[in-house]
Each structure stands twice: as C-alpha cells, then as structure tokens.
Design a binder for this molecule. Structure first.
Ligand code: NAD
Length: 429
C-alpha cells in the first residue's frame, strides 16, 4: 500500500519504518531539515532500538524515503498518517496547532480518495476538526475519510511494540476507510477494535491516565511504607499477583515523566473539565506525582544536612531506560532543585546527556560512568538503565567523599548496597 507519515518523531518514524518493512511504499515527511538530512543518510535522529537497522534496510530496498513536502506525500499515498507533536499548552490543553497545519496542507493537495489517519494523541473532536479544515481548503467530502488510530508504542521498545501491539484501535465512520486500515494492519494479526472516532480518541487518554493512576497509587503506598517500616516492593508483589490487578506499572519510584503520561493526564483533566466533569481522581494522581521527586529530595536534604556546597552525582538522565527522550524527565526536576539549593551536580547517562546539556550547561557531565562519583557526597540513581544494575558499586564508592546512595528507582537492594559500604536510601522502605 502507498503510505505517507507526517512527522518523523518517535511515533512517525517508527510507524514509517515498520510499515515499510512490511512491504508498503512509505514516504515520511517532516519540516525539520536537520532530521531529514540525517534520515536521508540512513541515520535515525532518535535513539530507539532497531530503528537504524530498519531505516537502512528499507531505504536500500526502496520501500522508504523522506520528504519535506506534505503535498508530495498526499499525492503519493492512499493512507496519510498525521503523527506530529501535540504538546501541552500552558493550562494543560493539548496544542493541536501542528495537526491543524498538516490538515490544511493535506486538504489542499488531495487528488484521489485518501484515508487521513490521526495517530497523534488528540482531544475528542479532533477528527471532526481535521475534516472541517480539509473541506475549508476545497477538498471534496467524498474524496477522503478521517480515522482515529491512536498509538500505544512505548519509547525504548517502540519497534517491537509497533510490530506486536496488544491491540489496534480504529475509530471510523466509514466502512471503506476501516477496510483500508484493516488491510494495512492485517499482516500484524493482532486484535483490532473498531469503534466510533470519539471513543477511539478517548481510549488513548484513558489508557495513559489509568497507567499514571496505577503508578501514583503505588507511590502513595510507598509513603505509608516509609512511615511504618514496610517494604513497598513486597506490598506491590502481594497486590500485583492478584490477577484482577496485575503487576505492571506497580513499581514505586520518583514518579512518572516523559513525553506522554504528564501531557495526557493534563489533557484528560482539561477534556473532562470541558465536558463539565471534575476529574478529581486524576488530579489527585497528578498531585501525588508532582510531590514524589520533591519528597525524595527532602529525604536527601535531611540526610546530607542541606545541599549547599555538596556534590551530588546523578546516575541516569533519560525519563526512562533505553531512550534519549528527556521530556518531563525527573532528572530535570532534580537538577533544578539541586542547583537552586547550591549543590554541585555531576551526571552520567548512556545516551541522553547531550539533550540535557542544552537545558542545564551548569551540570558537570562525565563520559565514563565510573567518573561520575568522583568527589561526591551522594550518588542518586535516577534512571534504571540495565547497565547500572550490574555496576561495581564498590568501585563507584571508592572515590566518593562518603558512600551514600539514594536509589530513586529501587534498582539495588539494601543488602547489596551495604555490602559495598553504602548507606542506602530508597523509595518505600
Ligand atoms: P515528536 O516531537 O518526537 O515528533 C513530532 C515530529 O513532527 C517532529 O519531528 C516535528 O519536526 C514534526 N512536525 C511538527 N510539525 C510538523 C509539520 N507541520 N509538518 C511536518 N512535520 C512536523 O513527537 P512524538 O513523540 O513522535 O509524538 C507524536 C504524537 O504521538 C504526539 O501526539 C504524542 O502524544 C503521540 N504519542 C507519542 C508516543 C511516544 O512514546 N512518544 C506514544 C504514543 C503516542
């Protein structure tokens, strides 16, 4: 099938290369010339497992190319995906400016029947809005259908998730458009939920908000554990083995961050508000999350007797392992507070350092992990990269002023840390 994907970020690029790998004729479009230049040379502008390989093979096989022209993509494709960013506005309302701009451009250029697919996470009613914009641009109503097809991939495992989704959601009011998307996704052989566009638009926000509530719930329990000598890991295990609940998203830590959960929670709170409903449950989950890193920082401050003049070393900067994405990463909140309170901050991350350096040039970034703790008063585990789990804690501690470890992700055990001579603090025990 001939496919165009507008937006070559984490969602658009991965969707594009996976669809190309399935034998579709894909053109990916972006308005960022630097990204396009890299992509033309077979280099992924994002760090995502498996993307580079797929990019090179699909370019070589003639199934994938890039362009800066939505017009070209629209004329080429039977299915056009909109996968541009929808960042939160100042009050949390999703900003759909880029979606509107893309819809205008598609509307101006359609010359044959096309299915326009909203893959970006967008508020209820956006499919209607896209349709209206396209008609305003002179596009005949019978020449296109707008479908909502929310994306559930996780950064870090995006290629695998795209090839193996738990479900494909298609929100459509046209049998012709539904059939086209079912044909496109058919080879994946995964459960497909066909529904109306409004429900499909809401499914994405509801899913992410539920996951956020689950994490905030266990983080709230972690606070009670800390006050009562209980261990949140054991509590989570006891709770999560109940098949009605499940163990996923029950890991206590510094809280949720990243490009999706904070934005989608804020978005659903606003969508609810616009629907005349006060989503107090979701607001409470957000409040718990906003205090989680600050609570850990207060514990650190108490132990260290203040941050002023202290050297604090951060292990991990990305919002989660296996990605270079730092949008709403807890490391940023930590750096901001530590610097404001007079600490000297050192940091190491396997891939996200350059992205953080732009925002916080005051931090001392090191190239090699074992240099991060040199002269430190405390070590803080912020992102649970796999390579940190098997690190030689004794070697890390050997060049510290004092061996104090604050484990923000419950990456180590108290026994292992103490064996390496560390005083150990973690979330929820
Ligand atoms: P991103 O910021 O990584 O990528 C967006 C891309 O769109 C950028 O490359 C940008 O240059 C391009 N773009 C913006 N305006 C454009 C225009 N007018 N014409 C052409 N290109 C344009 O964003 P992302 O993380 O890929 O997310 C995209 C959407 O998917 C968002 O709505 C997001 O909420 C949703 N989503 C993201 C994830 C995720 O894990 N990142 C998962 C599921 C859904």
């Amino acid at each position: 099938m001939k496919v165009a994907v507008v937006g070559t970020g984490y969602v658009g690029l991965v969707t594009g290369v996976v669809l190309a790998d399935m034998g579709n004729d894909v053109v990916c479009i972006d308005n960022d010339p630097e990204k396009l230049e890299k992509l033309r040379n077979g280099i992924s502008p994002i760090f995502e497992l498996g993307v580079d390989e797929l990019l090179r093979s699909t370019i070589a096989d003639g199934f994938f190319r890039v362009s800066d022209s939505i017009a070209e993509g629209t004329k080429h494709a039977d299915v056009v995906f909109i996968a541009v960013g929808t960042p939160p506005g100042p009050d949390g309302t999703p900003d759909v400016t880029a979606v509107k701009a893309v819809a205008r451009e598609i509307g101006r250029n359609i010359d044959h029947y096309t299915v326009v697919v909203n893959k970006s996470t967008v508020p209820v009613g956006t499919a209607d809005m896209v349709e209206k914009i396209m008609i305003e641009q002179g596009c005949p109503q019978d020449m296109f259908d707008v479908v909502s097809n929310p994306e559930f991939l996780r950064e870090g495992t995006a290629v695998w998730d795209t090839k193996n989704p738990d479900r494909v959601v298609i929100g459509s009011r046209s049998e012709k458009a539904t059939a086209k998307l079912c044909e496109l996704y058919g080879p994946l052989d995964k459960p497909t939920i066909v529904t109306d566009v409004y429900s499909a638009e809401l499914i994405k926000y509801a899913s992410n908000s539920f996951l956020a509530i689950k994490i905030s719930f266990i983080n709230a329990i972690s606070r009670i554990c800390e006050a009562n000598g209980a261990n949140v890991q054991d509590v989570a295990k006891g709770v999560g083995t109940d098949s009605r609940i499940g163990s996923k998203f029950l890991q206590a830590g510094l809280g949720w961050g990243g490009s999706c959960l904070p934005k989608d929670v804020a978005g659903l709170i606003k969508i609810a508000e616009g629907s005349g409903y006060d989503f107090s449950l979701l607001k409470a989950a957000d409040d718990i999350n906003n205090d989680q890193t600050q609570h850990f920082l207060r514990r650190m401050e108490t132990r260290l007797g203040g941050f002023s003049g202290k050297t604090i070393s951060l292990l991990g900067l990305a919002f989660k392992p296996n990605t270079d994405d730092i949008r709403d990463a807890k490391s940023l909140e930590m750096i901001e507070t530590l610097l404001a309170k007079g600490a000297i901050v050192k940091a190491f991350d396997p891939v996200a350092t350059d992205n953080v350096r732009v925002l916080w040039p005051q931090v001392n970034y090191v190239e090699h992990i074992y240099d991060v703790s040199d002269g430190a008063d405390a070590l803080v585990l912020v992102t649970e990269w796999n390579e940190f789990k098997s690190i030689d804690l004794n070697r890390l501690g050997s060049c510290m002023k004092q061996r104090v470890l604050f484990d923000g992700r419950r990456c180590y055990s108290k026994a292992i840390a103490e064996r390496a001579g560390f005083e150990y603090f973690t979330i929820g025990s």
